[in-house]
Design a protein around this ligand. Structure first.
Ligand SMILES: NC(=O)c1ccc[n+]([C@@H]2O[C@H](COP(=O)([O-])OP(=O)(O)OC[C@H]3O[C@@H](n4cnc5c(N)ncnc54)[C@H](OP(=O)(O)O)[C@@H]3O)[C@@H](O)[C@H]2O)c1
Length: 333
């Protein structure tokens, strides 16, 4: 393979500024790095939040993007603060140990549904400090360890929620209760949810349904949405000493009887996650081969890197349901 020296990239020009297509050098790999030709890139809500709110990124022009698959047959996460390692470009640097081989039977687009959401679901359940730190299903005795233990995943049709359901199933949790729009019942059942409740239920009705199904309050809630209202509902479902995992900063500030609210930071390049991330990615190809982890539904946005802005607008306007948005960088005009 001869790698070009220049490539197309999507730059966020300034804090809260516009995205524009441009060119930049293809990054050179250092020790332990590989250069991946990005074939499919997944879009994440954090990408539009960085643009809209000016979060996380200090150096501009900046390249965003956290999910990619490509050749060297890798599925990997970019880093949000380093342009060479971000994914809204045609070639990305990835630390080899933080990439996973994508089994040949899956498309690049299918692979791009996984990286950040999979690690966020997994870090929350198995690794996050203050979280439940469950024994992961790939560790000895971990598979099905939590049989007969109920779990609630709020927002099961989100990309993070869909993967949290799949991991909960692998860990043996039962019942697995989730919330979604009614049209997503079948999809979430296929991932392992045992009960899909209408996300529009008022909090009291939700609590009474969950309590009926689980036989009482639950000790673990994964809130894959983490808006103030879902966090409030998630907290209200908890038994004493129970844990609410959130994917956005906690909005529940007062806790009682040992209950805790734990914010999950799923990016595996973060120092506390690196070793866990390596083990997680080392196990992923086998879990994909066996069907224990299923890639999610995909919608390809046309236009390559040029389609990203339109895709992020769809995410921002809540027009995406049970689906990961993906673009194909080689299609960039
Ligand atoms: N902390 C971290 O490291 C980290 C990492 C990744 C993502 N995140 C955050 O996690 C959140 C989810 O990201 P994502 O990519 O998984 O989102 P996503 O797939 O874009 O979420 C869209 C889904 O959210 C569901 N939803 C929206 N409001 C809901 C509600 N009130 N109750 C239940 N479901 C609701 C919708 O379900 P229906 O279609 O069924 O209505 C829709 O399918 C975002 O806020 C993101 O920024 C954090």
């Amino acid at each position: 393979m001869s790698t070009p020296t220049q490539q197309k990239a999507l730059f966020l020009q300034s804090k809260q500024g516009e995205f524009t297509l441009g060119t930049r050098e293809v990054p050179q790999p250092g020790a332990g790095d590989i250069v991946v030709k990005n074939e499919a890139i997944g879009l994440n809500p954090v990408d539009w939040k960085i643009q809209t709110y000016g979060l996380l990124v200090e150096k501009y022009p900046a390249i965003l993007g956290l999910d990619a698959t490509g050749t060297v047959e890798a599925v990997g996460q970019g880093g949000v603060l380093d342009n060479d390692r971000a994914n809204f470009q045609q070639y990305t640097l990835i630390n080899e140990s933080l990439a996973a081989e994508l089994p040949g039977k899956f498309s690049f687009e299918a692979g791009a549904t996984l990286p950040l959401a999979y690690s966020t679901a997994a870090v929350g359940l198995y690794h996050q400090a203050g979280g439940p730190q469950l024994v992961p299903p790939w560790a000895e005795g971990g598979k099905s360890k939590y049989a007969k233990t109920p779990i609630v995943v709020l927002g099961g049709a989100s990309v993070v929620g869909s993967l949290a359901i799949q991991l909960a199933k692998l860990s043996g949790f039962s019942p697995i209760i989730t919330t979604a729009s009614p049209k997503n019942v079948e999809l979430l059942t296929s991932y392992g949810a045992t009960h899909v409740l209408d996300r529009s239920l008022p909090q009291n009705a939700l609590i009474s349904e969950v309590t009926k199904i689980a036989g009482g309050p639950v000790s673990l809630v994964y809130d894959a949405i983490s808006l103030p209202e879902t966090q409030a509902a998630g907290y209200a479902l908890l038994a004493p000493n129970g844990k609410l995992l959130t994917v956005l900063p906690p909005t529940v500030t007062e806790t009682t009887e040992g209950r805790s609210v734990v914010s999950v930071l799923g990016v595996i390049q973060r120092a506390p996650n690196v070793e866990f991330g390596k083990a997680l990615l080392a196990q992923l190809p086998a879990l994909l081969e066996s069907g224990d982890i299923k890639p999610l539904r995909v919608e390809v946005i046309p236009g390559g890197l040029g389609g990203i802005t339109a895709g992020l607008a769809k995410l921002k306007n809540n027009q995406v349901s049970g689906t990961k948005l993906v673009v194909r960088p080689p299609e960039t005009a």
